[in-house]
Write a protein that binds this ligand. Sequence first.
Ligand SMILES: [Zn+2]
Length: 63
Amino acid sequence: VAKKKVKNKRPSKVWEKYKVEGSGIKRASTCPKCGSGIFLAEHKDRWFCGTCHYTLFKEKKSK
Ligand SMILES: [Zn+2]
């Protein structure tokens, strides 16, 4: 795997935040572009990567 140029703009505190919300982040996906370690931020109807702006829309199972 080639090294990707990823700027670590975010402080490590972000990680701790995710750990605290452990039960919730389990359902979150990691960014396919940035690789594991970069989690997608959860929004109402989508996941969003703050690093590369990748957006993954959630599929509504109900309705
Ligand atoms: Zn990304």
